[in-house]
Design a binder for this molecule. Structure first.
Ligand code: GFB
Length: 328
């Protein structure tokens, strides 16, 4: 079945998360109304029996696997068993159940932390498994590599149409702003916002960056990833196989910046003019992870949102949530 067939049923696993909800909205906005989602209370995707029963009842034609245990550098390091175990369990039950009902296409969402710590920059898909992983996120990375390999194995053994998109660091509305578990962008946005006018004399209080601030990261707005998912679902299998024989497609913006530079940009957007301090007891993680976007470029997809514009809309969203929390 083609995605644009009005009967095509699409299951978005993880549709309440930042990524899944952006994909859900993108699909709805582009006329795909036969969408299925379950909250984690309604369906525990780590449970293979419950997942199998759900697939047998719903019989989706397309699946986007966006459900995952995720978090920033310290969360990865603090909860290694959850990051590897829960993600492996989710991938195994969803991919197997999708195979059993014979879905037309499954898109699995990986992460660029699957690439070796010292991969060549920008990192091509071919650098997978060519060197050791970054220790802080090895647990998550191993689970995501396994998920991709599970898809690849189903393609090879059963000719199932299963693909992996490898998005670079994501951010946007719906992100986690809890400072313990958040990724860097929402964490710095919140820190800068809360430091405004917070010094005893009414000036801006300092903001504390973890690590040295020298690592470089590439940031992709979640709406751009959602657009890339829809685009990939619509692209014929032969075209994808030609550029991605291993079924892997990096999704990025083609540019990165240092954490210090990100801090300066966030300060500018938020209007924070205080000093920046460093907590060097926190890890830097991988020095750089810029993805090679050649394959998606060849298929004809590019990201549209500039980092500044993306930070502005994410900041607007954060302030709305804050206002809602205050009035609740
Ligand atoms: O976004 P982040 O937590 O994860 O951190 P990774 C990126 C960089 O920002 C690191 C620094 O060098 C952090 O030390 N940083 C500075 C901060 N200040 C802060 C802060 O207040 N909070 C946070 N969180 N970081 C994750 C992986 O790696 O990337 C995941 O752990 C996943 O598994 C995700 O792959 C996309 O980019 O280092």
């Amino acid at each position: 079945m083609h995605l644009n067939d009005p009967d095509a049923k699409i299951y978005v696993a993880g549709h309440r998360g930042m990524v899944g909800s952006a994909i859900w909205e993108e699909l709805k906005d582009t006329g795909h109304t036969n969408l299925v989602g379950r909250t984690s209370d309604e369906l525990d995707l780590r449970d293979p029996h419950a997942t199998r029963a759900f697939f047998a009842a719903e019989q989706p034609d397309f699946v986007v696997l966006a459900a995952a245990v995720v978090g920033g550098i310290v969360a990865n390091d603090t909860y290694p068993a959850d990051f590897i175990g829960d993600n492996l369990a989710i991938e195994q039950s969803v991919i197997r159940a999708a195979h059993e009902v014979g879905v037309d296409r499954l898109i699995f969402l990986g992460s660029t932390c699957i690439y070796p710590k010292h991969a060549p920059q920008p990192m091509p898909e071919e650098s997978l498994l060519t060197g050791p992983l970054e220790p802080t996120n090895q647990w998550y990375a191993v689970a995501k590599i396994a998920g991709h390999k599970l898809c690849q194995a189903h393609r090879e053994q059963h000719e199932d149409d299963m693909l992996t998109l490898m998005p670079t660091n994501l951010y946007g509305p719906g992100d986690d702003f809890d400072l313990e578990t958040a990724h860097v962008l929402p964490a710095l946005l919140r820190k800068a916002h809360e430091a405004k006018g917070a010094a005893p004399d009414g000036s801006d209080a300092p903001v504390t960056l973890w690590g040295t601030g020298t690592p470089k990261r590439e940031f992709l707005h979640v709406n751009d990833l959602a657009d890339a998912v829809r685009f990939t679902l619509e692209t014929p299998e032969e075209e994808i196989r030609e550029v991605a024989p291993d079924g892997m497609l990096n999704v990025g913006v083609g540019e990165d910046l240092s954490i210090k530079e990100l801090m300066a940009l966030i300060q500018d957007v938020v209007g924070h003019d205080g000093p920046v301090e460093h907590d060097r007891s926190k890890p830097d993680g991988t020095p750089r992870k810029l993805v090679d976007t050649n394959r998606m470029d060849t298929l004809g997809w590019t990201a549209e949102t500039s980092l500044r514009e993306g930070i502005e809309t994410t900041y607007d969203w954060y302030r709305q949530q804050e206002a809602l929390n205050v009035t609740r």
